[in-house]
Design a protein around this ligand. Structure first.
Ligand code: BTN
Length: 325
């Protein structure tokens, strides 16, 4: 089956908002028969779309499945680049692994890999990431900003601000960011971001932003060890959230803030990030690979490094750590 024809059919069905779409017109556009178009309609029905037929008028969309596929996300997109190419999987090991392969094969800036389910989702510090089917947003965004490798870690904070803004707009809730990029609501984690870099010695080739958002899970959808420390937007608002719309909003803010960062430097992002931070001013423990230190978080530097004032008055820059509040 040709996915271009299928996507065009779906796009037209969405745009028509329940009004009939002529099968003949699409058949003519692609030089196909009406029977061929009918076969695409049957394919869409297998994917979970409910489509009606009116004789001599065409097909109309009755219901679309709760899937975060290309057509569902793109109907909400407002971006120029991010999300213009979406590669969707019902299930995969990790969208991050696929994104790395696609990056190597020359994927365009803003290409997104999305899955309903990950069987081997991974988090920071090589931890597993729970990715229940159909309940969350598991996506990796291949970005190609014009940055030096030294500037790339700040993209983590750019992504954290973008996700926070998107959650705020969708739910009306104000999340907190725990340095560098955990997004918490009422002290529980709703989103994690994994930033991975492909770079030449003096130029970034790609920053791959792996975003995992807990959206429509109930408490029992989380493994036991996460119950109590993780939460979902549905658990917080009491309502299911349209995941496709939330993806589109996140990509929108990500594109805006990446452009802002590339054009105007880290200053504006730092300001936004600090507005959401729940770390600044707090006494924290920074757990690193070889040591744990305790101190007061002063804020982030111009490079996005967390500055910690120790009890003896010295100031330490923290580049990578788990923060305990
Ligand atoms: C964290 O440890 O907080 C980061 C979690 C990142 C999870 C996302 S889900 C989509 C992408 N694919 C992965 O395997 N991991 C990231």
């Amino acid at each position: 089956m040709n996915s271009i024809v299928k996507n065009e059919l779906l796009k037209r069905l969405f745009e028509a908002e329940g009004e009939p779409v002529s099968g003949q017109e699409i058949a003519d556009q692609f030089g196909l028969s009406r029977t061929a178009i009918w076969k695409y309609v049957k394919e869409l029905e297998k994917d979970g779309y409910v489509i009606g037929t009116i004789r001599k008028k065409g097909y109309y969309l009755i219901e679309s499945p709760d899937r975060v596929n290309e057509a569902n996300v793109q109907k909400y997109l407002t971006t120029k680049k991010y999300g213009q190419h979406i590669h969707y999987y019902e299930t995969c090991k990790s969208t991050q692994l696929i994104a790395h392969d696609e990056e190597q094969n020359g994927a365009a800036d803003g290409t997104v890999v999305i899955a309903e389910e990950q069987t081997a989702g991974r988090g920071r510090m090589a931890r597993p990431w729970s990715s229940t089917a159909g309940k969350g947003i598991w996506m990796s965004v291949i970005t190609r900003p014009s940055l030096t490798p030294q500037q790339a870690p700040q993209m983590t904070l750019v992504a954290a601000v973008a996700v926070t803004r998107a959650i705020q707009e969708m739910t009306g809730i104000d999340p907190d960011i725990k340095w560098p990029n955990d997004i918490l609501i009422k002290g529980k984690k709703v989103t994690g971001i994994l930033t991975e870099l492909q770079a030449d010695p003096d130029q970034v080739k790609a920053v791959i932003l792996g975003i995992g958002m807990n959206v429509n899970q109930n408490e029992s959808d989380f493994p036991e060890e996460l119950q109590g420390i993780a939460t979902s937007l549905k658990m917080l608002t009491g309502k299911p959230i349209d995941r496709s719309q939330l993806i589109a909003k996140t990509l929108g803010f990500l594109e805006i803030y990446t452009e802002l960062y590339v054009k105007h430097g880290f200053g504006p992002i730092k300001m936004l990030w600090e507005g959401y931070s729940n770390t600044t001013g707090k006494r924290i423990r920074a757990v690193m690979l070889n040591e744990t230190i305790v101190g007061t978080a002063l804020g982030i530097s111009e490079e996005g490094v967390l500055e910690l004032k120790l009890d003896d008055g010295t100031i330490r820059g923290i580049y990578s750590a788990d923060i305990e509040l």
